[in-house]
Write a protein that binds this ligand. Sequence first.
Ligand SMILES: Nc1ncnc2c1ncn2[C@@H]1O[C@H](COP(=O)(O)OP(=O)(O)OP(=O)(O)O)[C@@H](O)[C@H]1O
Ligand SMILES: [Mg+2]
Length: 319
Amino acid sequence: MLEIKNLEISFFDGKKQIRRTDSVSFEVREGEILALVGESGCGKSITALSIPGLLARNGRVTGGEILYRGRDLLKLSEKELDAVRGREIAMIFQDIMYSLNPVFTIGNQMIEGMRKHLGYSKAQAREEAIRLLERVGIRESERVMKSYPHMLSGGMRQRVMIAMALSCKPRMLIADEPTTALDVTIQLQIMQLLRSLRDEYGMSILLITHDIALVTEMADRVVVMYAGQCVEQADTERLLKAPAHPYTRALLAAIPDIKHDKSRRLYSIRGAVPENYQDMTGCRFAPRCELADSCTKCGGWHTLPDGRRVRCDLAGQEG
Ligand SMILES: Nc1ncnc2c1ncn2[C@@H]1O[C@H](COP(=O)(O)OP(=O)(O)OP(=O)(O)O)[C@@H](O)[C@H]1O
Ligand SMILES: [Mg+2]
């Protein structure tokens, strides 16, 4: 469905170029839920934003390909991309205010999208909008339809945004921390909704999250990112049982017991993601890695006997 190849994203400050991701490669298969995990600042959101061409103005894809059903999205005109956005690929943003237009009511925005992309009549779109708002746990859907974004609470806005993203029945959903602002009951309801849409329409989902419980419950496969690069990819079950990269191991070890850790958040590894990682050569995790002393620190890709790919020389040697 989606294949990202050697994606390099840079930001520009005048003439100065700062590379924030490089050699990011992964695929999202049809009907699959793929989780993208990694500490704050490792490049998850910018990777996600680059897919529908929504990077901030000072950012640009400076290398690689984004193939959506065989077509390189980076080569499409703005008009062609606009047709893909919303209808084919929808996005739930980490930053809520990004996606709701402050000058139109929620109802207006939802109805317009469905009329434009699905050719619905106004009445049809309205009915569908109400149904969707109810499915994301909004009881007063009539009132919400008449509201402007600023009139709603953060949790409500997040649910509206999810309903809006789903309204045009996209083939692919990119969900960046979709439920962080929501309480656990609503979160569960929304995750069930996403999963049932995946089952009903075969929608593919790229799920970005810090919540390991969500990964466990939702994802078929996991891609781990560190400092602007992918470091490991595996089936969820295999990754949780036997993480191969020391970084993945550290991420998982940082939650002592998933069942008893109420915050359910990943990570507290010593040190932090380096601020400026673009000029680092070899393994970028080496400065924080407990096993670095016995390693070449080259950070090359290795294929393990089970077919899994991991960017760690030690893991490669140990197989
Ligand atoms: N508009 C921008 N201009 C300059 N640098 C940016 C911009 N947006 C993101 N970056 C930088 O790119 C890097 C990756 O950011 P990104 O938002 O993708 O991280 P993330 O993995 O999503 O983190 P989090 O888990 O906190 O959401 C960071 O170093 C960030 O400072
Ligand atoms: Mg982010």
